[in-house]
Design a protein around this ligand. Structure first.
Ligand code: Z5A
Length: 209
């Protein structure tokens, strides 16, 4: 049985990743593929518990190193329990965020060197990397306005300047790595979903599948 493919969605908070996962899954299932949908941080019971630690707002500030190691601890569990078994069984895995979020948030946002993140990436993931990444891009002001009405988690309480650094890091990865497909998430939802479907169809049709 051939290994499945690993597709990730990335972007700053509120850009529409969760909303557009559905469009990706519909395309893949229409092509007859078995799909596992998951997310980070999280994706297993234990990793979801780590997610609560990461996103929860507490009086005690979380050290940046604690945050970085928790992100990778959750990922190690997620890979072992969900991602690797699914890919080995020939299923396609669609994941709302993965390690590019670590380069963007802990690297661009918090200031960790890429070398530090890269060492943890190799330790935790071995050779595992996404086959394609859909990057949804919109200004941080528009993204913030989309989630303005809901209660903000620990990350969402950061200043706009933090999210500008995160977005800049995403854009530099998206422009330099072939596996990235950039979608303008500033358009109306129907247009964004059509664009997401188009990049998935193109990936399927280009023999990359
Ligand atoms: N994090 C990290 O630091 N390091 C890591 O390695 C990883 C994660 C993996 C939680 O992630 C936090 O973890 C995240 C980074 C950190 N923190 N932040 N910020 P998450 O993915 O769960 O959190 P999130 O990015 O805040 O998810 P979200 O708020 O659910 O955003 P989204 O999935 O991109 O957006 P959405 O829920 O699909 O849409 C938001 C709203 O906008 C919703 O009402 C939609 O109906 C609406 N929407 C969507 N698209 C449109 C368009 N095109 N027009 C108008 N309205 C739209």
């Amino acid at each position: 049985m051939s290994r499945g493919k690993f597709i990730t969605l990335e972007g700053t908070e509120g850009v529409g990743k969760s909303t557009n996962v559905t469009a990706v899954v519909e395309c893949l299932e229409a092509a007859g593929l078995a799909v596992v949908v998951t997310r980070e941080p999280g994706g297993t019971e234990l990793a979801e518990a780590i997610r609560e630690l990461l996103l929860g707002v507490r009086d005690e500030p979380m050290a940046n190193m604690t945050e970085l190691l928790l992100v990778f601890a959750a990922r190690a569990q997620h890979i072992a329990q969900v991602i690797t078994p699914a890919l080995a069984a020939g299923k396609w895995v669609v994941c709302d965020r993965f390690t590019d979020a670590t380069y963007a948030y802990q690297g661009g946002g918090r200031g960790f060197d890429d070398d530090v993140i890269s060492q943890l990436e190799t330790l935790v993931q071995g050779q595992l990397r996404p086959d394609m990444t859909v990057y949804l891009d919109v200004s941080v002001e528009v993204a913030a306005s989309r989630i303005a009405a809901r209660e903000h988690d620990r990350f969402e309480r950061e200043q706009l300047e933090f999210f500008r650094r995160v977005r800049a890091r995403y854009l530099s990865m998206a422009e330099s790595q072939l596996r990235y497909r950039i979608v303008d998430a500033g358009n109306d939802l129907a247009t964004v979903q059509a664009d997401v479907r188009a990049v998935v169809q193109s990936f399927l049709g280009a023999g990359e599948a």
